[in-house]
Design a protein around this ligand. Structure first.
Ligand code: FES
Length: 178
């Protein structure tokens, strides 16, 4: 969502927020000048649905139906409000379904948010240069740990996000956040 208004172009974080307001965000390019946004939204406390997960929502607190995200191309990383208000990437798989693993948009170095770079197929943190593989494992430091992941389930077109408490599929070990 790149508006061409007669004002200064938005920073990456501003653009990301505007996209997020529209319901989905496709972070396709790394962006210079990006900076840590921190937690810019706080979802209402809510439980329900599959495994007690919360319903994925946009910044305004509106539920985002799975069908809305699944109109995006395979490979899309869509940003939604996840657990505790953490921005969370949901992934459209090649078969057109939603991946059962979501990736929390919080760098394990110092907590910056970061875009997905589709050209490089990496999450790239603008703060100190950490890079992550598509599954959230570290490709380059200073990030010390893989990105936090969450469970994603779709029930009746609603997207439920719940904590990941199983072994970390990237390390085969207990997750660092559990
Ligand atoms: S916060 Fe991401 S590299 Fe430092």
């Amino acid at each position: 969502m790149d508006n061409t208004q007669a004002i200064a172009p938005p920073s990456y974080s501003r653009r990301q927020l505007l996209n997020f307001l529209a319901g989905t965000t496709v972070a396709v390019t790394a962006s210079a000048g990006a900076y840590a946004m921190g937690k810019f939204f706080v979802p209402p406390a809510e439980k329900g649905g599959a495994g007690g997960g919360i319903i994925a929502k946009d910044v305004l607190g509106n539920p985002i139906p799975a069908s809305q995200i699944l109109t995006e191309a395979p490979g899309t990383r869509a940003l939604v409000a996840g657990l505790a208000g953490d921005p969370t990437y949901l992934i459209v798989k090649e078969d057109g379904s939603l991946d059962s693993i979501g990736i929390v948009d919080s760098c394990t170095h110092l907590g910056c948010t970061f875009p997905w770079n589709g050209n490089d197929q990496e999450f790239q943190c603008p703060c100190h240069g950490s890079r992550y593989h598509p599954d959230g494992s570290v490709a380059r430091g200073p990030a010390p740990l893989p990105l936090k992941i969450v469970q994603v389930a779709v029930v009746d077109d609603q997207i439920f996000i719940s904590p990941w408490t199983d072994l970390d599929p990237r390390t085969g070990e207990k997750p660092w956040w559990v």
